[in-house]
Structure formats: structure tokens, C-alpha cells
Design a protein around this ligand. Structure first.
Ligand code: AMP
Length: 428
């Protein structure tokens, strides 16, 4: 029978690879906790309307990329393509927003029907933070600094560049969109079908066009920066001086508009050279109008989302995961004869109790000592403890390092407590 395969663009994360994911997520969680952010978990399925009203009807995500279906009641549902809109829905529904400040984080799978390639998948994972109720720019600077701290702890600082832009208020962008739309109307004959369709519904999306002819037309188009009002300018200037004080380097990129409609004022993206085409690893900014747009009381907000797959690719490519994080276990217990099974299990339990940070695997399922040793070497453990029967029918332990040193020593069972620390590093 033909074997079934995973859906294209949806990856299995196998045990060896998941060690890198665990390492990454442990650093994320440590850093956000250090900044006082609290975790929020929300469903992967939501009403389709939520995404239409937040991300925007005329965006790539909503027009082409959502996994949308009618459920058995005939309600239109979509797998979440991103976390911000859902976070707003959940936080508002449970009364976390009105007149309050919140610093939240989330992580989990997101779904977009994009063309899969390296760094771009149909199920991918985001780690994000959302801060509500703070008008900034101090909170904008905080979340940017937080992201930079993540890169520092992951050893990726040298490989990432921060790009920022001021996209103005919703009102500024409305005026700009009208001007852009009027300009595009005069160049209609040089535009492609997509651009013509978006010219009136969402002209700013035309700026993302990959078509060189459209890009040529755009070279002469009005610039968003000319339409950004005084208030946004002031906000942006304060933000850049905060970044200067914090020693955070940035590149200003006037073309950075981001693919979601809800952003305003400051937007940013961290990019890298080492991943090829999919260079953005983190994107965010302010979205002061979104809570109200989704039916809540006006609540200012800012946040970002990181693409976890892309960070994993970077960590792998640059060999940045510490060896100890990639070690699934520390000790492999070899049971020379079946008579010693109970003692093997007991010994493993004792070690786990006295050294909770250690991973101890006790061989199960029998087999010759030599084949158990093969598994011990393949396991990635640092040390094998081999239970052996002596001539006088008592039990002795042979400690054997599994590295090139071949160091080994035979000890009595009750010596294990003191000997263990001579052999391996016990801190994780
Ligand atoms: P966005 O929600 O589009 O602002 O994306 C935020 C981050 O999520 C991006 O910078 C990417 O790192 C990551 N990302 C977005 N789409 C994908 C995808 N299809 N596959 C993998 N990562 C993605």
C-alpha cells in the first residue's frame, strides 16, 4: 500500500532536530521572562472574519494564503496565519486590555499557503510578543531591544541587521494611498493585472510587486515619507534617539511597509544575508488602531513575530547550538545480564534523584553487553555505567567515558555518588 506523506510545506521536526528547537525556545522564554512578558495561548482556528478585518481583505495573506473552510455548522473558519490578530481577539475578549498595560508573548504554528522553499513553509512557527496600552516610543524601543537580546544570547548578533521605517498614522496613509492610487491610474497601461486590481482597493500593496515593469513605474511614484505627519515624525525621532542611547544600530528603509495592513508609525524588520531569499527573521511595529478595528475600546499596541524555522536554519548553519544542548542524555546504563535488570533500573532512578539535571537512560530490552555498548556510543551520552556481576556474585560498576579518552574505572555500587562528579560535568 502506498505510504501517506506529510502535506507539502508542512514539516515533521524529528527528535534530533527538536533539541535545537528546545534550546531556541528555552532562550526565548528566558529572555521574555526577564522583561516581564507573560505567556498567552490561543486556538489555531478562528473565524475567518478576524483575519479579514485585521490583516486586510486585499493582502496576500487573506487573498491567497489562508487555509479557510466551512465547518460542519457552515461557519467560515481559518487556520491562523499569524498571531497578532488572535492575541488581540483573546486579550480583548477576556478583558485584559481596557485601561490596562499588558506585556504578552506566544508561540506556535501558523499556516499560510505559500510556495514552499528554504525558509518558507505552509506550516511554520512564530514566537511573538505583543505590548498593549503603552503609547511609546519607549515600548517600541523595549521590544526592539528585547529582540536584540535574543540574538545576543543565541550568538546571532553579527548576522542580523535591523531595518526600520516610519509609515505614518492611519490617516497619513489614507492620504498617501489616495495620491498613489491617482498616480497609478495615470500609468495604468504599464501595470500588470495584480497591480491594476490593487490600485484602488489597496494601492500600497502595489509597492510589494515583484514585477520589474511595475517597479519601474513605482520609481516615479509619490513617496510615503512625504505624507507622514508631524506626530508620527516626532514619535519616530524619539524612537531613533532611544535606539541610539541603547546602542542599537539600525538602517532606515523607506520601502519597508510590511505585508499586513494594521501597522502604523514605526515598523521594523530584522534581516540576514545567510538564508538566501527568505531574509526576514523578525518583523513588527506599532498597531495602535487594531484593537478598536476589531471592536474593542481604543488601545495602543506594538509587537513583533519571529520566524522560528529561519532562526533554526541560522543556528544550524552557523553551528551556534552549544554541544550540551544537543546531547539528549548524559548517562547510558548498560545491564550486562538480565539478572541485573532491576538493579539497573534502580541505579538509574537513584542518579536521577540525586542529580535532577542529568538525563539517564537505562538500557531495556536485553541484548549482549557489546551491542548495548554500541547503543551507548550512538546515544550521544557522555558516560556509560556498566553493571557487571563479579565472581563472588556481587555487583560492580564500570564507568566508561564515551569520548575519545576511553577513560574507565571499576567501582563498587555505593561509590557512584562521589565518582560521578569526577567523570562528568554536572550542570545544565
Ligand atoms: P509576518 O507575520 O509576515 O510579519 O512574519 C514574521 C516572520 O515570520 C517573518 O519575518 C518570517 O521570519 C516568518 N515567516 C513568515 N511567513 C513564513 C513562512 N511561510 N515560512 C516560514 N517563516 C515565515
Amino acid at each position: 500500500m502506498e505510504k501517506l506523506q506529510a502535506i507539502r510545506g508542512m514539516n515533521d521536526i524529528l527528535p534530533e532536530q527538536s533539541l535545537t528547537w528546545q534550546y531556541l525556545e528555552s532562550i526565548f522564554q528566558k529572555v521574555v521572562a526577564g522583561y516581564g512578558y507573560q505567556e498567552i495561548r490561543f486556538p489555531v482556528l478562528e473565524q475567518t472574519q478576524l483575519f479579514k478585518r485585521s490583516i486586510g481583505e486585499v493582502t496576500d495573506i487573506v487573498e491567497k494564503e489562508m487555509y479557510t473552510f466551512d465547518d460542519r455548522n457552515g461557519d467560515s473558519l481559518s487556520l491562523r496565519p499569524e498571531g497578532t490578530a488572535v492575541c488581540v481577539r483573546a486579550a480583548d475578549q477576556h478583558g485584559l486590555l481596557y485601561n490596562q498595560q499588558q506585556r504578552l508573548w506566544y508561540h506556535g504554528p501558523m499556516f499560510r499557503h505559500e510556495r514552499p522553499q528554504k525558509g518558507r513553509y505552509r506550516q511554520f512557527h512564530q514566537f511573538g510578543v505583543e505590548a498593549f496600552g503603552m503609547a511609546g516610543p519607549d515600548i517600541d524601543a523595549e521590544i526592539i531591544e528585547l529582540s536584540k537580546e535574543l540574538w545576543r544570547q543565541l550568538g546571532l548578533t553579527d548576522y542580523l541587521t535591523l531595518e526600520i521605517n516610519n509609515i505614518g498614522s492611519a490617516a497619513d496613509r489614507k492620504t498617501y494611498a489616495a495620491a498613489l492610487s491617482a498616480f497609478l491610474e495615470t500609468r495604468k497601461e504599464s501595470l500588470d493585472e495584480d497591480a491594476i486590481r490593487r490600485m484602488h482597493t489597496n494601492p500600497m500593496r502595489v509597492l510589494d510587486s515583484k514585477n520589474p515593469t511595475v517597479q519601474q513605474v513605482l520609481a516615479g511614484a509619490p513617496q510615503l515619507s512625504a505624507y507622514v505627519g508631524e506626530e508620527s515624525h516626532e514619535h519616530y525621532q524619539k524612537l531613533t534617539s532611544l535606539l541610539d542611547v541603547l546602542g542599537i544600530a539600525y538602517k532606515e528603509n523607506g520601502r519597508l511597509v510590511r505585508g499586513l495592513d494594521y501597522y502604523n508609525n514605526c515598523v521594523f524588520e530584522w534581516t540576514t544575508d545567510i538564508l538566501g531569499a527568505q531574509s526576514a527573521v523578525c518583523g513588527g511595529g506599532r498597531y495602535d488602531g487594531l484593537v478598536e478595528q476589531l471592536g474593542g475600546k481604543p488601545t495602543v499596541a506594538a509587537g513583533f513575530a519571529i520566524g522560528e524555522e529561519r532562526i533554526v536554519l541560522m543556528l544550524d548553519e552557523l553551528n551556534k547550538v552549544p554541544a550540551q544542548a544537543l546531547r539528549p542524555i548524559d548517562i547510558y546504563v548498560v545491564v550486562s545480564t538480565q539478572n541485573l535488570s532491576a538493579q539497573g533500573l534502580e541505579l538509574a532512578t537513584e542518579i536521577r534523584k540525586s542529580h535532577p539535571s542529568l538525563g539517564v537512560l537505562c538500557h531495556c530490552g536485553g541484548g549482549k553487553p557489546a551491542s548495548q555498548m554500541k547503543r551507548a556510543f550512538a546515544s550521544g551520552a557522555q558516560l556509560a555505567i556498566i553493571l557487571e556481576e563479579t565472581d563472588s556474585a556481587s555487583t560492580q560498576l564500570k564507568l566508561r567515558m564515551l569520548d575519545d579518552s576511553n577513560r574507565s574505572e571499576i567501582i563498587d555500587v555505593d561509590q557512584i555518588g562521589s565518582k560521578l562528579e569526577e567523570f562528568i560535568v554536572i550542570s545544565r
